[in-house]
Design a protein around this ligand. Structure first.
Ligand code: UDP
Length: 253
């Protein structure tokens, strides 16, 4: 890898300065963390799969006119993205009850919600990303009212897109998290979808069997995370050219 300036190292990705001003290289690591990084592992091939899958989803968003940071994939683990100021919120959209919402409200996991529910968490690892209301967001100035209108609209559009794409390959989009970036075009600022969209940040269940195909496989020790993500990639036709998991040599006649 060429020598370049590291800007930030997160749990699953490292960001480097891009080749042009206003660009960033996102490197997808094989590291997995859960429960606010209390549980950690290195999962061979995860970074490659998330790089390919995030490219696939971001390109899909671009194609239907949902602004996002993706510029192009550079190689198996890296993509070039537009630099932006990340709004310090995790934007969660839920279609079915699961995870922290099921726990907090005492609802059975898997119950379909009467309508998509959007939640906001403050991005702060030390505090464990606490749930916050729009009152907190306005009072502390994390985003303006106009930003919140735009964020809600982006979140629901991404939900419709992702739900449809997943439904087409027999997968239920239970919930997901996105992050939003602020970009400036002269004096004008606008919001775009940033970070990543991958099975690390979504809950994906097979519609027929209910099998989990997302990071809950790691959180709850349900088997091979690489196999689960590979299955999502295979169904979407997004298979990395090189095999990400070790496979036996095949005999060529
Ligand atoms: N999520 C995420 N990063 C986080 C917290 C949540 O990507 O730091 C995703 C998670 O994978 C799920 C959705 O957001 O698809 C809702 O997560 P939830 O609040 O249920 O939290 P969890 O049960 O994952 O702690």
């Amino acid at each position: 890898m060429a020598r370049r300036k590291k800007i930030y190292e997160g749990k699953a990705k490292t960001l480097y300065e891009g080749p042009e001003p206003g660009t960033i290289v996102q490197y997808f690591k094989d590291d997995a963390t859960a429960f606010n990084a209390e549980k950690r592992a290195t999962i061979e091939g995860k970074g490659v799969l998330n790089n390919m899958l995030s490219e696939y989803f971001m390109l899909g968003l671009t194609n239907i006119g949902i602004p996002n940071h993706f510029i192009k994939r550079l190689n198996m683990r890296e993509q070039l993205v537009r630099a932006c100021e990340i709004v310090p919120l995790e934007v969660i959209v839920r279609n079915y009850a699961a995870g922290s919402m099921a726990k907090r409200l005492g609802i059975e996991e898997g119950m379909q919600l009467p309508r998509p529910v959007v939640e906001y968490c403050l991005k702060d690892d030390k505090l464990g990303d606490p749930l916050v209301t729009e009152e907190h967001i306005a009072a502390f100035g994390w985003a303006s009212q106009q930003d919140m209108d735009d964020i809600l609209s982006l979140a629901l559009r991404v939900n419709d897109f992702l739900s449809g794409v997943m439904y087409g390959v027999g997968i239920r989009l239970v919930d997901f998290k996105i992050e939003i970036g602020r970009v400036y075009d002269g004096d004008y600022q606008r919001l775009i979808v940033a970070d990543e969209i991958s099975p690390d940040s979504c809950r994906l269940w097979d519609i027929e069997t209910g099998q989990k195909l997302d990071k809950d496989v790691f959180r709850r020790d349900l088997g091979s995370l690489t196999d689960a993500y590979t299955e999502v990639a295979r169904r979407l036709g997004v298979m990395p050219k090189a095999n990400v998991s070790a496979s036996k040599p095949t005999l060529i006649n």
